[in-house]
Design a protein around this ligand. Structure first.
Ligand code: PRX
Length: 673
């Protein structure tokens, strides 16, 4: 999609907004209040400026080369350095903070007590788990292991245990289906799957173990054998799933762990450029991409961002209400906060369970003062209980929004009602690929502007280009493709086992010389349309590729379409983004049938169920429309843009150049009348 119709597609009608200034109380305590920081991180000081990031970490051996560009565009940061991520998140805090809460675990059922896990206790549990992974599961540095874990402390414990050994973890969002998990097991080449028997969602205990069996089967069909399935039990000693264990393959963690009681595993000292984890994300083709994140670059980046953008001090109580199954949770529930010795909240369930007052009761009880969530959650809480926050006695100093554009109206509710007009807000724009934030205001330095993310963060130099590579001047109200001019330590290293796709997707469009080893020749193409504003802030409009951002979760249109095509009767499928009051965007699915089949509600239901079974509930379409034919160009390409206009009740525009223009009105009537 070109820049011009990307902007039209996302229907820009926001007005320029006024500034809100950070409250003096906030500025008085902020980790950064000095505007000259942007000078320190200017391009003239690149890449040396990033030494400050590295110096937030403990290095077993200090690095000698800050940035090696010889294998461009696979950048190597802090070359020669050695470190361990688990040591940086645990061991080094013990002297000062062993008795401090590392994780507050809030179970979804309100009658279950909140668990407060100290750094000492987390250290002990991570060590015992690492011993088990090494000695019972046979895992060693460089092996991949797939995690399909929900939001309980066992997820960060398992991640840190892997990190301690140098085992590469690949966590798959628990809401994803067994099949989706199996695809990721296969791609990563994992021989071990770590999962849980069940967990709570909206008050119901879900059977999660069932998905493990499906995942193992799906991986096996693709030639990847899972030798062991390790199962954490939601209630140790009690199995909560109706799905039986498979003899010789499935093992309950709580039954094995006593053998490793008290074991301390020396953290494996690893090169900075070794892989910490894979995080799969959707792209424009059917198969998800394994974004490969490094130990040194990634950890230094999320630590700096947590300190200066999240403004975390060790005495803060920090709650990021995302899921650790997404990059936000990896960076800003687990690695960033724990590297800073913060107290981080892990909440098991849905924000509105049992009622929309729940997040505010948790905030009140734990005295949370930093809160981090998505526009979808904010819209949902506002809709379900706009006055609820007023009923509870909590006070945030800092709030984050992440994952989608936030409407100024919703931003203002967040600011006035949730933040009680006393908290600073950061709208952080970034991606799975980028490891941490790219654009945001620095909370103690810049004013906020509803609907705009802010300028590039220190050391990040964005530029917005048109399709020909010309820079779009600030303040003209035109959109273009947002790129980052320079590499940064948090950036993913490549797509796992697919360097070609990495180069093609993120760098090919604007690279003038593919042989160049000069970073200046390799602007990073983020895949979002954005408008540069006069004050240097950027307004992000949305994806320019075939990715749908549903409630802040990325789904490839191709993934949904290929799931729909599994239904025997379906001939063609096309997915479009539809604006939704709460979720921001939901997918509508158009299908046409093979000859000899008739449309029915039952069949539409079957298609919807299949998508949800294959990919998980988050991919369930808003509507399934069975149409006689798809609007097509003369070369046979389905015109999704036209279907999107119909679903969004926008004008369709000129259709005369289509191969079958008459179908457009037919579909419009079917959908809108
Ligand atoms: O389109 C942008 C949107 O989310 C995409 C990245 O999704 P994902 O890799 O799943 O990471 C989500 C958490 C960082 C981006 O390409 N996006 C992310 N943050 C914002 C946003 N859109 C507007 N404003 C944001 N603050």
């Amino acid at each position: 999609m070109t820049e011009k119709n990307a902007a039209a597609y996302y229907d820009v009608h926001w007005q320029e907004e006024g500034y809100y200034y950070p409250p003096p109380d906030f500025v008085g305590q902020a980790n950064c209040t000095d505007p000259s920081i942007y000078q320190r991180f200017s391009l003239e000081n690149f890449p040396e400026c990033f030494r400050e990031f590295a110096d937030l970490l403990h290095w077993d051996q200090y690095w000698h080369t800050i940035l090696d560009t010889s294998d461009a565009p696979c950048w190597k940061w802090f070359v020669g350095g050695r470190l361990n991520a688990s040591y940086n998140c645990l061991d080094r805090h013990l002297d000062a903070y062993k008795n401090k809460t590392a994780i507050h675990f809030v179970p979804e059922l309100e009658e279950e007590p909140i668990l407060h896990i100290t750094y000492q206790e987390l250290y002990r549990r991570v060590n015992e788990t690492a011993a088990l992974l090494r000695d019972f599961a046979g895992l060693k540095a460089g092996d991949r292991v797939t995690l399909h874990l929900p939001m309980t402390p066992e997820l960060p414990i398992t991640m840190l245990a892997c990190a301690r050994l140098g085992v590469i973890h690949s966590e798959v969002f628990a809401g994803f289906s067994g099949k989706a998990c199996g695809d990721r097991i296969q791609d990563s080449g994992s021989e071990v799957l770590i999962t849980m028997d069940g967990y709570y969602r909206s008050g119901k205990m879900l059977d999660h173990k069932e998905k493990a069996d499906e995942a193992v089967e799906a991986a096996a069909r693709q030639g990847q054998e899972v030798k062991k399935v390790l199962i954490w039990r939601r209630y140790p000693g009690r199995y909560s799933s109706p799905t039986p264990l498979v003899e010789g393959r499935d093992f309950c963690m709580d039954e094995q762990l006593p053998a490793y009681r008290g074991r301390i595993i020396a953290p494996v000292s690893l090169p900075a450029e070794d892989i910490l984890f894979l995080m799969y994300t959707s792209g424009s083709t059917g198969s998800p991409k394994g974004c490969q994140h490094s130990i040194g670059g990634y950890l230094s980046y999320v630590s700096w961002m947590s300190k200066y953008v999240q403004d975390i001090h060790p005495e803060d109580v920090y709650w990021c209400m995302a899921d650790i199954g997404w990059i936000t949770g990896h960076s800003f529930i687990v690695y960033g906060p724990l590297a800073l010795a913060a107290s981080t909240v892990v909440y098991e369930g849905v924000p509105t369970y049992p009622d929309p007052g729940r997040p505010w009761r948790v905030a009140e009880e734990l005295d949370v003062n930093i809160f981090h969530t998505s526009p979808t959650a904010i819209r949902g809480l506002r809709k379900a209980g706009g006055d609820e926050p007023k009923k509870y006695n909590f006070k945030f100093k800092h709030m984050t929004t992440v994952g989608e554009p936030i409407e100024p109206e919703v931003w203002r509710w967040y600011y006035h009602v949730v933040g009680k007009a006393g908290a600073v807000i950061v709208d952080t724009w970034w991606q799975t690929e980028t490891g941490g934030f790219l654009c945001s205001t620095l909370p103690g330095v810049n004013p906020m502007k509803p609907g705009s993310a802010g300028p590039g963060l220190p050391g990040i130099h964005p530029v917005i280009l048109d399709d020909e590579g010309r820079e779009i001047p600030a303040g003209e109200g035109r959109a273009g493709n947002i790129c980052i001019k320079n590499p940064w330590p948090g950036a993913f290293q490549t797509i796992w086992k697919n360097r070609e796709r990495y180069v093609k997707t993120y760098y090919e469009k604007y690279c003038k010389d593919p042989k160049s080893t000069d970073w200046r020749d390799w602007p990073y193409l983020a895949g979002d349309a954005a408008v540069p504003e006069e004050d240097g802030y950027v307004r992000i409009l949305g994806r320019i590729d075939d990715v749908i951002n549903v409630a802040g979760h990325r789904l490839g249109t191709k993934e949904i379409e290929s799931a729909a095509l599994r239904v025997e009767e379906v001939a063609e499928a096309a997915v479009v983004s539809v604006h939704d009051e709460v979720k921001g965007i939901i997918p509508d699915l158009y299908v046409s049938l093979k000859p000899g089949h008739d449309p029915s509600e039952e069949l539409a239901g079957k298609v919807s169920e299949t998508v949800s079974d294959v990919l998980g509930k988050i991919a369930r379409p808003g509507h399934v429309y069975i149409v006689d034919d798809m609007p097509k160009t003369r070369s046979g390409k389905i015109m999704r843009r036209i279907l999107a206009s119909i679903s969004n009740y926008n004008t369709v525009g000129d259709v005369t150049t289509l191969a079958n223009p008459h179908i457009v009105e037919e579909i419009r009537k079917q959908v809108q009348d």
